[in-house]
Structures are given as C-alpha cells and as structure tokens.
Design a protein around this ligand. Structure first.
Ligand code: GDP
Ligand code: MG
Length: 303
C-alpha cells in the first residue's frame, strides 16, 4: 500500500541519534515531532509512532532511531550488543550526533566520537551543538571550533531544542542526506521493528520483576504478532532461559511470576502500540544460549 501519492522526489530514511545523557536528544525529538506533526500532518500522531520517532513531513519521512548498546556494553552479551548497535548504524542513512554548547566536550563525547570514527561506514554525520541559548556568541564560536575538532568530517550546526532555534535548518540538512525512497512506515503497518520493540519490552518487564541473576539469561522471541483491527493486537512470545531452575523462577509459584511479567509487559506494549494488546508468554529452556552462535543469530544478536 505504499505511496501512489508520493512523487519521485519523496525522501525517507533512518537517522541514528547519538549523544551523551542530558545533551537534549529527547527534547529535540519531541519538539520536532510535536511541532511538525501538528503543522503538516492530518493524521493523529499515535503513541507508537512517537516512540519510534517517525517524523512525517510533506515530502519526506525521517525516522529517528536510537542506537542501542552503544552506550552501555555488558559482559559477554556486551560484544553482541555492540554488533547490534553496529547494525543500527548499517541501517542508518546518517548520524545525528548531539553535543552541548554550554560545556566543553567530555570524556563520553570523546568516546562516542571514537565509535563513530571506528564505524568505517561512509555515513554522513551532523553534529548538532544544542543549547546555544545558554552561551554568548563569543563562547559559542569557541565551542564550535572545539566540537568540530572532535569530528572533523561532521557538518556542524548550533541549535536550541528548547528555543526552537535553527531546527528548520537542521531538518533541511538531514533531508538533504536522505535517499529518495517511499515512506517506510504507514499507519496500519505492523513491521519487524515493532516486533523487536515488543521483545525488548518483555525483557524489560522481566528485568523489573526478577532477581539479578536470571534476567541476563533471558532472551525473548516473538512467535506471533497479529493485528486484530479494532480488537487490538495478539502477541505470543517465548522467554528463553538457560537452566531448568531459572525456568521455575520465571514461572513462579502457581504461575504468579510469569503473570506479573506478562501484565507489566502488556502495559508497556500497549503504550507503544497505542491500543489493546493480548499477550501470551511461555518459558523454554535453551541451554547456554549465550554461548551458542546459532541461538544468538536466531535472537538477532548476530548477523
Ligand atoms: P537527553 O538525555 O539527551 O535525552 O536530554 P534531555 O532531552 O532529557 O534534556 C536534558 C536537559 O537539557 C533537560 O533539562 C532539558 O530541558 C534541557 N535542554 C534540552 N535542550 C535544551 C536547549 O536547547 N536549551 C536549554 N537551555 N536546555 C535544553
Ligand atoms: Mg533522553
């Protein structure tokens, strides 16, 4: 059903958003989504689309994607998480790196800049230097030089997400780098992306309810994801653990734990999906799945 209405100049693509905590990533994306959706789109902005950061403009669709795993790698699985993060970059058309004009680059900025340098993909990088409203022009000019040194190849743009300064220039610059492509997301489409997020939310729910040791041994696979029109969505998922004893813990006495996990996960998915969700969860033992190449691949940690 994609796009007889869009002419050939329509552009769409993925923007990998990076930046240390507190530079203003959420503020920027929320501001862009609220402002632009209200201005140009007759469609209501559903919660799901908000979570995915999909920005529909008149002649383009920008999808702001988080870069999972870049910020906090974790023990053994950590290596694979980084590969997962790399995948996010492989799918991206450009990187939006955010810095904070009110401070000098910090260790975390430098780390992220190194990661970008190591990606070795010919990805354009836009360095949005946010919070320009907090500094004088003199200071801003100095900061621009220091931040440009951090990423010499990047297109540097001072902005203010809160003050809504230069956001149109930012969008124009992003669009300039996007390929001509029909929109990736239409309202009714259930896609792989959404399944991945549902799996993440189930894992997150398990983390919230279980003791330390078990959650790291849980992988989640979505077995079924069916949209049922007005009736919401039916989702079936399997949580894989490594040992029988863990299976017992995840199920809990008389199934109380798995019910709790399911209830929390369902709420989270409903927020993402914007409507009713029926969720069925099972637990299976898959011995040492973390060391098993094939299983890792199955769960999308390796390609
Ligand atoms: P994130 O961790 O990168 O997602 O950062 P947030 O979007 O949560 O923002 C962190 C803080 O910076 C919040 O208190 C925001 O209000 C503030 N902030 C974000 N953008 C700007 C800006 O352009 N100017 C100013 N002065 N503050 C901002
Ligand atoms: Mg944030």
């Amino acid at each position: 059903m994609v796009s007889e209405v869009h002419n050939s100049a329509y552009k769409a693509g993925f923007v990998a958003v990076m930046g240390r905590p507190n530079v203003g990533k959420s503020t920027l994306i929320n501001t862009l989504l609220e402002q632009k959706i209200a201005a140009v789109s007759p469609k209501p902005q559903t919660t799901r689309r908000r979570q995915l950061g999909i920005l529909d403009l008149e002649n383009s669709q920008i999808i702001f994607a988080d870069t999972p795993g870049v910020h906090r790698p974790r023990h053994k699985l950590g290596e694979c998480m980084n590969k997962e993060a790399l995948l996010a970059f492989e799918q991206a058309d450009l990187i939006l790196f955010m810095g904070d004009a009110s401070s000098l680059p910090q260790e975390e900025d430098q780390q992220l800049a190194r990661i970008i340098a190591e990606i070795k993909l010919p990805l354009p990088v836009i360095l949005a230097l946010n919070k320009e409203d907090l500094v004088s022009i003199e200071v801003l000019e100095k900061r621009l030089i220091v931040y440009q040194d951090l990423l010499p190849g990047a297109v540097l743009l001072p902005i203010s997400a809160i003050g809504r300064q230069s956001l149109d220039v930012l969008l124009d610059t992003i669009i300039a780098y996007l390929p001509e492509h029909p929109p990736f997301y239409e309202d009714q489409v259930t896609d792989l992306f959404e399944r991945d997020i549902a799996a993440d939310l189930i894992r997150e729910a398990a983390l919230e309810h279980l003791q330390d040791e078990v959650p790291h041994s849980i992988a989640v696979r979505i077995d079924e994801y069916n949209e049922r029109g007005e009736h919401g969505a039916y989702i079936a998922g399997t949580m894989f653990v490594e040992r029988e004893s863990q299976k017992g813990i995840v199920i809990g006495q008389n199934g109380t734990m798995i019910k709790r996990i399911g209830a929390t996960a369902r709420q989270k998915i409903e927020v993402m999906n914007g409507r009713t969700v029926f969720l069925e969860l099972r637990v299976k033992v898959r011995k040492n799945w973390r060391d098993d190449e094939e299983t890792l691949r199955l769960f999308g940690f390796k390609k």
